[in-house]
Design a protein around this ligand. Structure first.
Ligand code: ATP
Ligand code: MG
Length: 423
């Protein structure tokens, strides 16, 4: 016999013991985001490869090395989405949503063929928020305060906000040349990755995670000198708003984003509690992207957070473990099964938030009691042949030292409602 199949490397299952934590995480985030007036958009997992080439850029690691790309049966080049912004812009344009300002959010799995390690997976989950049609720093501040609100709701405090301005594409062009000159002078010290970025995308060298390059990167020329008056004003206004909102930030002049379409504000929320994978949320403004897709020039800003990393930090998360049942029904023969199925339906109608588990698979009372005990239920309902014939069931307290009671079938629903109302 062949060995049982395993999941693909870097792609994990979320098991029943953990799904409760994920529900809590997603629900908490959803409530905060919706509470700020954002609307959910559900986007497909598959897109044309071209979409990501045109948005994220041919020269980025994501498009060059990390995408899951294939040709489908019609010969179309498709990719599993590595991020959500490109799809969000595509969908907004395709459906004419950008005639007016939009506040949108999305969630779901993303796919990148990276080297798997703690906090870095090949399928991971993001929640992303995007706002279109707002040119000013007021919306940048709204998004940043929204993320700060998320951390509070999740019980995360070991995070630090780093912000920077990437100015306009023109301003960046000048800086790019200066940076290129600098790194060319130090070409011998660069690693292979950085050398390959030197001609195509020298700003990305600043993003290198290689410790051996940190000194060289630290001494590189800064972008700030190239910022024009408008870019400076945008940045200064944003900082005033953050100060007023009481959001603490740190200016990191070396913060660049891996993606090419950013303009002006960029930011990251980082922690030192997760080792090398310390960025839990990253975002910024990308005023050029909608026009790059053929739409009317539309200012845009957004962020995405990595749910796996956020969950690691969230002190408000419930402990791992499967949610216990509330009530376990034990039909002891075939006639009782008919009654139990109907009774379970009535209980589920009357107690929609409770877990009502109906024993399946028959067996002796002893065997069924064992399962009831393992389900974690507080209450058991025993439906024996004689009892059913009398129109009765036995209520058993599985977690309390209270005597078993005989109940008339008609009284069960009301009695359980009363029992659960007390806890
Ligand atoms: P990193 O620098 O860690 O590679 P990134 O710049 O590639 O991150 P973004 O594309 O900005 O990340 O994605 C936003 C967030 O999604 C990241 O801050 C991180 O929390 C999460 N994330 C990105 N890639 C992964 C991954 N492979 N596994 C788990 N989470 C990820
Ligand atoms: Mg990355």
């Amino acid at each position: 016999m062949s060995a049982p199949l395993q999941a693909v490397r870097g792609i994990s299952d979320i098991l029943p013991a953990d799904s409760g934590r994920w529900h809590w995480l997603e629900q908490t985030i959803r409530e905060v985001i919706a509470g700020c007036g954002y609307h959910e958009i559900r986007l497909p997992l598959l897109e044309r490869t071209e979409l990501f080439q045109r948005s994220i850029g041919d020269l980025t690691d994501i498009v060059q090395k990390e995408m899951y790309t294939f040709t489908d049966r019609n010969g179309d080049e498709l990719s599993l989405r590595p991020e959500g912004t490109a799809s969000c812009v595509r969908a907004a344009l395709q459906h004419g949503l950008l005639q007016q300002p939009q506040r949108l959010w999305y969630q779901g799995p993303m796919f990148r063929h990276e080297r798997p390690q703690k906090g870095r997976y090949r399928q991971f989950h993001q929640i992303g928020v995007e706002a279109f049609g707002f040119p000013g720093p007021d919306i940048d501040a709204e998004l940043i305060t929204l993320s700060a609100r998320l951390w509070r709701a999740l019980g995360i405090d070991a995070v630090r906000l780093e912000i920077n301005s990437l100015g306009t594409p023109d301003e960046r062009q000048q800086y790019r040349r200066e940076l290129q000159d600098y790194f060319r002078r130090h070409e011998a010290e660069l690693d292979d990755d950085s050398r390959s970025r030197l001609e195509r995308n020298p700003l990305r060298i600043l993003d290198s995670k290689n410790p051996a390059l940190q000194q060289l990167v630290a001494a590189a020329p800064l972008f700030e000198q190239h910022l024009g008056a408008e870019s400076r004003a945008h940045d200064a206004h944003l900082r005033r708003l953050l100060d007023a909102a009481g959001v603490v930030y740190h200016h990191n002049p070396r913060l660049v984003r891996g993606l090419d379409y950013y303009t002006h504000t960029v930011y990251e929320w980082v922690t030192d509690q997760l080792g090398a994978q310390g960025t839990i949320c990253a975002g910024g403004r990308y005023d050029g992207l909608v026009a790059q897709f053929g739409g009317k020039p539309t200012p845009a800003v957004g962020f995405a957070l990595g749910l796996e990393r956020v969950l690691e930090l969230a002190t408000g998360a419930p402990a791992p473990g499967e949610a216990a049942a509330d009530c376990y029904l034990m039909p002891l023969d075939a006639t009782a099964e008919l009654v139990a199925l109907r009774l379970a339906g009535q209980l589920r109608d009357a107690l929609p938030r409770r877990r009502i588990v109906l024993h399946c698979g028959g067996g002796s009372l002893r065997a069924q009691m064992k399962r009831a005990d393992r389900s974690g239920a507080a209450l058991g309902l025993i439906l024996g042949a004689d009892e059913c014939a009398r129109g009765e069931v036995s209520l058993k307290y599985l977690r309390a030292d209270r005597p078993q009671e005989a109940l008339s079938l008609d009284a069960v629903v009301a009695r359980l409602q009363a029992e659960f109302a007390r806890v």
